[in-house]
Design a protein around this ligand. Structure first.
Ligand SMILES: Nc1ncnc2c1ncn2[C@@H]1O[C@H](COP(=O)(O)OP(=O)(O)OP(=O)(O)O)[C@@H](O)[C@H]1O
Ligand SMILES: [Mg+2]
Length: 243
């Protein structure tokens, strides 16, 4: 059983806090826009069951060109989200078959075994500009998170991105928490979780219990989200140039 780390290592973002209005405007804008990340960052999306984490991720990534969803436990993603594959071998075959595709666009839902998820991490680190979404990131043990973080770091220069999603942020392995640049939170009412989050951002954490379904607060790393949002999508520009 893991014990929660006491030390919070996430809050480097005191420099300039966005106003609530800025955050709201930005979050409203996210849904319809097309962007591709040109910088790497690791995002943690947290919040109570059923308050809209997965739905928000769908909107946030709606127009991303390359996404791998790791969805092995609850099967939250469907054919509408991407191509559903069940093994690492299927994924490798898919990449081999599509290796000559000019645009290299893919959205794949990986309902893999734990062993295959670990293999997937190696492949991910070799891809470029690929967002890896890991649902229920609190369920991975120290060794698994170590691999995730290691391959995330290797992929940084490829502009890969990692998004972890969880209902239980306090139970996320400390190595992952250390590597998180940005936290977005939905409703929270668990006392321990709230006291943990207050150490990251006291003012914003106080708002969490009163949030309604679909409402979100950026606890840290607003500038990363904003950069992500504002950057032009090279693939989109290429498409525009072609047409
Ligand atoms: N912005 C929103 N406004 C209203 N309803 C929403 C909103 N976002 C999500 N919902 C609805 O709330 C329900 C739960 O949403 P979702 O699956 O995204 O939650 P979740 O936080 O991912 O839950 P879980 O922890 O179980 O994975 C869905 O039926 C969804 O349609
Ligand atoms: Mg969900």
């Amino acid at each position: 059983m893991k014990t929660p780390e006491k030390k919070i290592e996430l809050d480097e973002t005191e420099a300039r806090k966005p106003s609530e209005q800025e955050q709201q405007q930005f979050l409203q804008q996210i849904q319809p826009k097309l962007t591709v990340m040109k910088e790497n960052f690791n995002l943690l999306v947290i919040g109570k069951k059923g308050y809209g984490k997965t739905s928000w991720i769908r909107g946030f990534l709606a127009n991303k060109q390359r996404v791998l969803f790791v969805d092995s436990m609850q099967y939250e993603y469907t054919e509408d989200d991407g191509l559903i594959l069940h093994t690492y071998d299927e994924l490798v075959r898919w990449f081999i078959e599509h290796r000559n595709d000019e645009r290299q666009v893919f959205r794949i839902v990986c309902r893999f075994s734990r062993e295959d998820i670990m293999k997937l991490l190696v492949l991910w680190s070799k891809l470029e500009r690929t967002t890896l979404v890991v649902e229920e990131i609190d369920m991975y043990n120290e060794d698994e998170i170590a691999l995730l973080v290691e391959h995330g770091d290797r992929g940084r220069h490829n502009e890969n991105n990692l998004i972890g999603i969880t209902r239980h942020p306090v139970e996320v392995d400390a190595q992952m928490r250390k590597h998180v640049d940005c936290i977005v939170s939905f409703q929270q009412d668990d006392v321990n979780t709230l006291s943990y989050l207050e150490k990251i951002n006291k003012d914003e954490a106080k708002r969490l219990p009163a949030l309604h379904k679909g409402e979100v607060v950026v606890l840290t790393g607003f500038e990363y989200l904003k950069a992500y949002y504002e950057r032009d999508d090279e693939a989109k520009q290429n498409d525009t140039n072609r047409s």
